[in-house]
Every structure is written in structure tokens, then in C-alpha cells.
Design a protein around this ligand. Structure first.
Ligand code: ADP
Ligand code: ASP
Ligand code: MG
Length: 486
């Protein structure tokens, strides 16, 4: 008997049919003798609607959130009407959903009066989706005769107060997860826990960043000593490229933690970038599987590297970024410019996604999220005001029209030939590379390209390097099945 943590994403709980499928999957695992911990996202689209309601209210629109509240109420109530039999439990669930929607409307009303939505209020609003989906799934399991308990991660996942992107306080979270969840698992009860959310020590609701349920699943999975963590989603596994951009992208059967970490960090939306962190040390395998095609094996993620020299496994992209450059001939020999530049960036809370410095030391360039670019350039100008005045530095500027394209694969390690093939593919597609950086892990290579070139770059690299340049000795990617309803 194994202990398996299963995280279900938005599409996997996005309709009554999908939720019924989720319950079948959990039931099948229990029938096989496993103990199961479930972590769930909000129903698909719900988090976006909640955020839209708050944002439009902040902009002074006091109608839109009411329309959204009605749609959200209808979405959840019609789902439970199909799934659950009438009776006291149905009524309790209906009251709970109504209470959450009323909370949404009240919060949005407050936001519209104040014309302001602080990060703290945004987290309260965006937590509501998971707080509605989880009781539904627990109730359906219960109705099917599976003992289960709906649990809010606010009572388990303890975080700092960086609202909207909170950092988990590991020790406290581990202690609470063990104390609250392990006894249930030992009694054969299925805990169903909200993904994405947590709370500060004094009980303020926080979120772990968009797409954060994957991270919640891995974190709780690790803390209850799971044998495996299964991420159930709407595609057959981790693919060689984003299937929305590359229609013939294929499923990668096996990946290492490091490879998946790089892919997620550099934009592969299938997993949140922090997902592998909690499981690496404990060496817990992750499987990425399709809720709508459960018999398919999906992708297995472990510490085993299946790498042969020269192999690129996947290509990813990050959008909405800016390339910031600090340049000037007088930079040579002025110590500390890089340190001061990055300090200024850090003070703006901007995450540096990649860095590249020209060998002549005449410029430093780095990529940050676009939303921070104006503030970052201003902060650098303030920090280096003296050098700018003396013209040691000519200027600092941001180019917002760029994106990062990254190739990933452990087989790229120390393989100059890979870079040549990637650059060759881009050259053929006449996509100009503005900056290059090799990942610290040695198995990612990132290039900044003009935004208009990203899709061509991705398709060209996918075809010429990932698929046709593939080494035959590792398991081949497999064609994905078209999934209904996605
Ligand atoms: P969930 O709600 O289950 O967390 P997401 O929408 O967050 O699902 O992530 C799954 C989606 O990620 C897929 O439907 C797919 O369109 C997209 N995606 C982007 N890059 C990849 C990739 N390399 N492999 C698989 N899916 C990817
Ligand atoms: N519901 C959250 C979001 O849409 C978290 C998640 O789905 O992982 O971002
Ligand atoms: Mg996701």
C-alpha cells in the first residue's frame, strides 16, 4: 500500500463531469489499497473571475463584480445540483457556497468604495475559489461512501505576509501538516485540502502565486511522507513544448527534477516553478497525468537523469518580460557597479530571470518581469546617479518588446554543439538573439529574442533540435491524445 498525494488542477475540477471523474480516480486508488491525500485548485476560470471582480471594483465599476458573483454562484450551485443528492448535506454545501459568494460581493463592494484593492484584500478574494471547490469534492466523495474531510490550507500552510506571492514557513507548515493530515490518512479518511492558499501566523489569508496549487500539492505531499505525488491536469504529461504554440508537441515520458525545475522556471505553465522544491530532498517521484485519460502513464519526474550528450528535451518561453541594459565605456574598472545595480533591482522586489554581461564589461543586461521595468530603471538611475553624471555610465534602459526562449535537457551539459544547433535553427528562421545565458544547472540555455520572433523561434527549435535532433537511446516522446473539453 502506498500513500499518494493527488493534486487536481482547475480543468480537472472544472465541471460536474470532471469532478465525477476526479472522484472515480480517487476511488480507484483507494480500491488498489492506497491512502490518498487530495489537493485541489478552484474550478477552471474561477480565480480569474474573482480577480477581475476585485480589479474592476477597484477601478470604480460597481456592476461588473455583481455580474461575476451571479455567474460564480450559478456555476457552483448548478454543479452541486447535478452531483449531489438532495438532503441535509446538499443544503449545508449550498449554504457554504452562498456564503463564499456573498463574501466575494461584500469584499468587492468595499473595494469599490475605497477604489483600492490592496494585495492583502486581493488574496482574500482570490482564495475563495479553492474554498468553494474543496467542500464540493469532499462532499461527493462522502456521498460515494468514501470517508473524507474538507480542509482549508489556511489551517495548515503557514506563510510570511508577502501577499499574492507568499513564502511558506516550512517548519511550522510541516508540523501542522503532520499533525492534521497524517492521522486522517492513517484512519483511511481522504483529506481534501485547498491548493494555492495559506495564512500568516496571525491568520491572514495569503496565496502562493498564480498556479500555486502544484506547489501546495508537492509541499503537503512531502510533509505527509507520500510515496508519490501525482499532478492531475488536462494534458497527457509534460510536453516538448507548449501545445498551444506547437500543435505537434509530444509527451516526455521521464524527466529529472532539475529539468522540470528549469522548464517551469522558464515558463512551462504545466507546473508551478516551485513544484519540485519540496520533493527533491526526499526523492519523492512526481507523476503528471491527464484526468481525462487516466490510463495513460503521463510523465514521471525523478532524480534519475536520462541524458545523452547533445539532447535537448524541451523548449519553453516566458512572455511579459523586459531586458534592462546598463551600459557605458567607463564601467570598466569601476568596482561594484553590478552589485549596486542588482541591489537597486532587489529594492523594487523584481525577480531577475536571467543575467548576461558582455565580456568587455561595457554593459550588463538582465531580464525582469515587465510590470517592474519602469520602477527598476528609475531605481538604477537613482543608485548610479553619480556615475551617470560623470558619464562612466551612458544610460540604463528597458526594452519591453522581448521574450525569453529556453531550451532544456540534462544532455546539454557542456555541449557546445547544442548551442550551435539552437542558434542555427534561429538563424534559419531569421530570429535575432539579443542576449544569451546558460542556466546555473548547465542544462538550460536561454535566449532573449524580439517578442515578434518567439513563436517562430519555438516552432523552429522544436522541429530542428528537439524532435529531429533527438538522441535515439532515450525514451522517445510520445504523441499526445487530443483531450475532450480543453
Ligand atoms: P491545471 O489547471 O491543471 O494546473 P494549467 O492550465 O495550469 O493546468 O497547466 C496545464 C496547461 O499547461 C496545459 O493545458 C498546456 O496548455 C500548458 N502547457 C504549457 N507548456 C506545457 C508543456 N511544456 N507541457 C505540457 N503542458 C504545457
Ligand atoms: N486557482 C489558482 C490559479 O488559478 C491556483 C491554481 O490553479 O494552481 O492561479
Ligand atoms: Mg496550473
Amino acid at each position: 500500500m502506498a500513500r499518494i498525494t493527488m493534486k487536481f488542477g482547475g480543468t480537472s475540477v472544472g465541471s460536474d463531469a470532471a469532478i465525477a471523474q476526479v472522484v472515480d480516480i480517487v476511488q480507484a486508488a483507494l480500491d488498489d489499497g492506497h491512502a490518498v491525500l487530495v489537493v485541489c485548485s478552484a474550478m477552471s476560470g474561477v480565480t480569474n473571475m474573482l480577480i477581475e471582480g476585485a480589479q474592476t471594483a477597484a477601478a470604480g465599476d460597481s456592476d461588473r463584480y455583481q455580474v461575476l458573483a451571479a455567474a460564480l454562484r450559478d456555476k457552483h450551485l448548478s454543479t452541486i445540483e447535478v452531483l449531489l443528492e438532495p438532503g441535509a448535506e446538499f443544503e449545508a454545501l449550498r449554504d457554504e457556497i452562498n456564503a463564499r459568494i456573498d463574501e466575494f460581493a461584500t469584499l468587492c463592494h468595499g473595494i469599490s468604495v475605497l477604489h483600492e484593492a490592496s494585495p492583502r484584500v486581493m488574496d482574500k478574494v482570490s482564495s475563495l475559489g479553492e474554498r468553494m471547490s474543496v467542500p464540493v469534492i469532499a462532499a461527493l466523495l462522502q456521498q460515494r461512501g468514501v470517508p473524507s474531510r474538507a480542509i482549508s490550507a489556511c489551517d495548515i500552510v503557514v506563510t510570511d505576509d508577502q501577499f499574492q506571492n507568499a513564502a511558506v514557513l516550512f517548519k511550522e507548515t510541516e508540523a501542522r501538516a503532520r499533525q492534521e493530515l497524517i492521522p486522517l490518512l492513517e484512519q483511511g479518511i481522504v483529506p481534501v485540502v485547498t491548493g494555492f492558499i495559506g495564512a500568516t501566523r496571525d491568520g491572514m489569508i495569503t496565496t502562493l502565486g498564480r498556479g500555486g496549487s502544484d506547489y501546495s500539492g508537492a509541499l503537503l505531499g512531502a510533509y505527509v511522507n507520500s510515496d508519490e505525488v501525482w499532478i492531475w491536469t488536462d494534458v497527457d504529461g509534460v510536453m516538448t513544448a507548449d501545445p498551444r504554440m506547437v500543435p505537434d508537441a509530444q509527451i516526455i515520458p521521464v524527466l529529472s527534477y532539475g529539468e522540470v525545475g528549469e522548464m517551469a522556471y522558464f515558463g512551462a505553465k504545466v507546473l508551478h516553478s516551485k513544484t519540485v522544491q519540496p520533493v527533491v530532498d526526499r526523492n519523492i517521484p512526481i507523476r503528471v497525468k491527464n484526468t481525462f485519460n487516466p490510463a495513460f502513464e503521463g510523465t514521471l519526474i525523478t532524480n534519475q537523469e536520462q541524458a545523452t550528450p547533445g539532447t535537448v528535451k524541451a523548449v519553453t518561453a516566458i512572455r511579459d518580460v523586459s531586458l534592462v541594459t546598463v551600459a557605458g565605456r567607463g564601467m570598466i574598472g569601476v568596482p561594484g557597479i553590478a552589485a549596486r545595480t542588482f541591489l537597486a533591482v532587489a529594492r523594487q522586489g523584481a525577480n531577475v530571470l536571467m543575467i548576461s554581461q558582455s565580456s568587455s564589461e561595457q554593459s550588463i543586461c538582465f531580464v525582469i518581469p515587465q510590470a517592474k521595468s519602469a520602477a527598476v530603471v528609475q531605481a538604477i538611475e537613482d543608485e548610479l546617479a553619480r556615475e551617470l553624471e560623470r558619464q562612466d555610465i551612458d544610460r540604463a534602459w528597458a526594452d519591453n518588446d522581448v521574450e525569453i526562449v529556453t531550451v532544456v535537457g540534462a544532455g546539454m551539459r557542456n555541449q557546445p554543439g547544442v548551442a550551435a544547433r539552437v542558434f542555427g535553427a534561429l538563424g534559419e528562421a531569421t530570429v535575432n538573439i539579443q542576449a544569451i545565458a546558460q542556466g546555473a544547472s548547465d542544462y538550460s540555455l536561454s535566449m532573449v529574442v524580439h517578442a515578434s520572433g518567439t513563436e517562430t523561434a519555438i516552432r523552429q527549435i522544436h522541429e530542428l533540435v528537439v524532435i529531429n535532433g533527438r538522441d535515439q537511446s532515450i525514451p522517445a516522446p510520445v504523441a499526445a491524445r487530443v483531450v475532450p473539453g480543453t
